[in-house]
Each structure stands twice: as C-alpha cells, then as structure tokens.
Design a protein around this ligand. Structure first.
Ligand SMILES: [Zn+2]
Ligand SMILES: [Zn+2]
Length: 359
C-alpha cells in the first residue's frame, strides 16, 4: 500500500478551521507541574516584575511586582494555602520568567502559574505557549547530539500526543510534566531543539480513515526488531499504527537485554502469575517495575526467565512499549541521511497515514 501525501497548506488551513483558532496561534497548554512528587511546598521567585493575584476567600488582590523568594505551602487543614505569612485560597502569577523550586526540582515558566491546594498537596499548573511546551518536551525526551531529522520526527509525534491526550488531567490541566504523559521538565531547551520544533510544525502525520482525524503519536526507545500496534499491547485499536519490521535498532543497547533481581517471595509470586515465557505483557512490566524498579524488566516482551544463584534472570527485547516510532531506529535512519518525513513514513507506513511537508 502506498502512503498518501497531502499538500501541507491545505492541511494546515483545515486544522485551523477545525480548532477555531487563527492560523499560527495554537491554543496554550495547561501543564501540571511537579506531577511526580505532588508537592506540599514550593519556592517561587522572579527576577523581573510579575503580576500576582492572591484570592482570599473570595476577595482578590492584584499586584505588579518583583517577586522575592516566597514559600507557598499547603496548609494541613486542606482548605487554604500559605503564601509567605498569609493565607490564600489561590495564587496566580503571570510573567516571562517565573522560577519554581520544589524538593530539588526546578521549573521555569513564561506564562501563567496557578497554584491551588488539593487535599494536602499543592496543585501547580502552568499555562504556556504550545511552542514552549513542545521545546520542553523534546529537550526532556532527547539527549544532546541526537540527529536533527530524528528530533524533528520525534517532535511531530509529541505534538500529536498533545493534540490527542489533552483530557488526561481535566478539568484544570491538559497534560502533566511526568512520564505519565510525556516528560516535560527540561528547563533549558537548546537552540537545536527549538529549531527542530519549528521544523516539525511543517509536517503533519495523520490518519484520516476514521470519522474524525486521528494523530498517531507513540514512540518507544527501542523496538527490539519489530514495532507493535496498540491493539497488540493494550488490546484497543487505534488508527494509524502498523507492526513494522525494524532492523535499524539492532546496535542499540536495549535491542536485546538481560537483567537479574533477587528471587524474593514477592517476585516469585509475580513470575508464577505471568504467562509462560516468551510472552508479551505490559501489566507484567509495570508490576515488576513497581516492585523492584523499572530497570529490571525493560519492555513488555520477555523471552526467557531463569532462576539461578538466588536470582531471577529476565531476558527480552526492546525498551518500553514498542509501539510507533522506534527511537533507536529513527536515529540510525537520520544518520544515514533520511529526512524526518521519511523516518515517519517508515514507522507509520499504512496507506491512510499522510505526511505533508512545506518546502
Ligand atoms: Zn500525566
Ligand atoms: Zn527498532
């Protein structure tokens, strides 16, 4: 089957009409920050003046000022948060460089930061431009020195992920900054990353066989020799995916792997509940990860389990869920001179997948 290609100008204008957004101004992203730790306190500051609105049940006070280092803390009663020495129901800060720190983690936001208390924890949501989100996500999911055309292809998928997963943290946020969604915690995207995001804006990866328009979006570090479909891994069909044979990740360190962990009674019980190897199970990978860490069973594909020397030895293929773009393979193709659109066509070859480019 041949891939279908569209002229990008037609597709971009169609997208703009669908979203009721003027062309060139995609909707902002509401990003839940510090999602990994659900913080009880953060320190917030700014080097230039910001607008701070503090709501105190319900009167509001708005000031424009340089924000000194200010601790915002969740109060134990779960109703009010504490800003410095005063109580408040919520705080909204708007500025070009708002610095937030919590438990050794740092975030820098250009946009709006909204802080409320939820239960005993703070809920910190940044409202930022799509470009800022995509640059942060690409910098977080890549390493320096990775080939430029591969970065462009990855950014297309990350934008598609944003488009198709905005409902994950409703009602007040779209996505989080942790691996539950896509990691988006790198506060200093390089110029290369920003150029890759700009170049990715010219490429559309879609599947139009469904009644609406589907946007394939998954990527995985190493497919272990062939990619899988969402149906194979999660049991639910999604448009735009195929199982693709991939020989381009063979040299990658996770193509084949073997790891061991102590044969504790808990691990033994999980192994007993697993299907006989070889097997494909996302549930097993996740259950093992939660029990002994995610660096033992690296993917959903376990080919052999052996017990010796008081340990379980697991061997398998690939890293992650193995669905969509194989990142190790995509890097190999980019190093061999393939353009981002060609890389995407390789891993999303179904006839209904369209990749469009503006030259
Ligand atoms: Zn999330
Ligand atoms: Zn691969």
């Amino acid at each position: 089957m041949l891939a279908t290609f569209f002229l990008c100008c037609a597709m971009l204008s169609a997208t703009a009409t669908d979203n009721q957004q003027p062309q060139g101004t995609p909707p902002p992203v509401r990003l839940l920050l510090f999602a990994q730790t659900t913080p009880r306190s953060i320190t917030i500051s700014s080097s230039s003046p910001v607008t701070v609105t503090t709501a105190i049940d319900p009167p509001q006070k708005t000031e424009r000022k340089r924000l000194p280092r200010t601790e915002i803390r969740a109060e134990r009663d779960g109703r009010m948060l504490r800003v410095g020495t005063t109580n408040a129901a919520s705080v909204v800060i708007t500025g070009e460089r708002i610095i937030l720190q919590s438990e050794g983690r740092k975030r820098v936001v250009a946009g709006i930061v909204t802080i409320t208390q939820q239960g005993k924890q703070l809920r910190v949501v940044a409202t930022i431009a799509q470009q800022q989100y995509l640059s942060t996500a690409l910098a977080s999911e890549s390493a320096s020195g990775e080939p430029f055309q591969y970065l462009i292809a990855l950014s297309v998928l990350q934008r598609n992920y944003l488009q198709t997963h905005r409902n994950r943290h409703q009602p007040d946020a779209d996505l989080c900054d942790n691996t539950h969604c896509q990691r988006a915690d790198n506060t200093s995207p390089s110029k290369t990353v920003q150029r890759a995001v700009a170049a990715a804006a010219k490429i559309q990866l879609t599947d139009t066989t469904t009644d609406g328009t589907a946007y394939p979006c998954y990527y995985s570090a190493n497919c272990g020799g062939s990619t899988l479909t969402p149906k194979q891994v999660w049991g639910s069909s999604e448009a735009g995916y195929s199982a693709v044979a991939c020989d381009f990740c063979r040299q990658g360190k996770w193509n084949r792997w073997q790891r061991a962990t102590a044969a504790t009674p808990q691990v033994e019980q999980l192994v007993r509940q697993a299907p006989p190897a070889p097997f494909l199970s996302d549930d097993f990978k996740i259950a093992m990860g939660r029990m002994v860490g995610f660096n033992v069973v690296l993917s959903n594909t376990v080919e052999n389990i052996e017990r010796r020397e008081g340990k379980f030895w697991f061997s398998g293929r690939g890293f992650g869920h193995r669905v969509g773009l194989c990142c190790a393979g995509g890097m190999t193709l980019a190093k061999r001179g393939r353009a981002a659109a060609e890389i995407l066509r390789t891993y999303f070859p179904d006839a209904s997948v369209g990749v469009a480019e503006v030259k």
